[in-house]
Design a protein. Structure first.
Length: 116
């Protein structure tokens, strides 16, 4: 089982990024998929969740309509589209997969830096 995040980088305030989380060893259609972030000195924050059947998407208040989680079953990949980025969005972003059996897998994270 492997989750690999990509798409992070340096972006100016107001810019956009799309993060990808490529899964292997399991099907994302059988797991709830989450995006989280953690910045130095702060607790990890779950930002967005898409249910295993894809019918439900939940977002943290901090995303404020700026982030969208989606998935491509054929590519076994989950995405996080982030718009109107702010300096306070700077963090390491992680995806994780969890199911009802307690299986919980995490990627290594991708750094997002919002700065002018």
């Amino acid at each position: 089982v492997l989750l690999v995040e990509s798409g992070g980088g340096l972006v100016q305030p107001g810019g956009s990024l799309r993060l990808s989380c490529a899964a292997s060893g399991f099907s994302i259609s059988t797991y709830h998929m989450n995006w989280s972030r953690q910045s130095p000195g702060k607790e990890r924050e779950t930002l967005a969740t898409i249910s295993s059947d894809g019918t439900r998407r939940d977002y943290a208040p901090s995303t404020n309509g700026r982030f969208t989680i989606s998935r491509d079953i054929a590519k076994n990949t989950v995405y996080l589209q982030m718009n109107s980025l702010k300096p306070e969005d700077t963090a390491v972003y992680y995806c994780n997969a969890i199911n009802g059996l307690g299986h919980d897998y995490w990627g290594q994270g991708t750094q997002v830096t919002v700065s002018s």
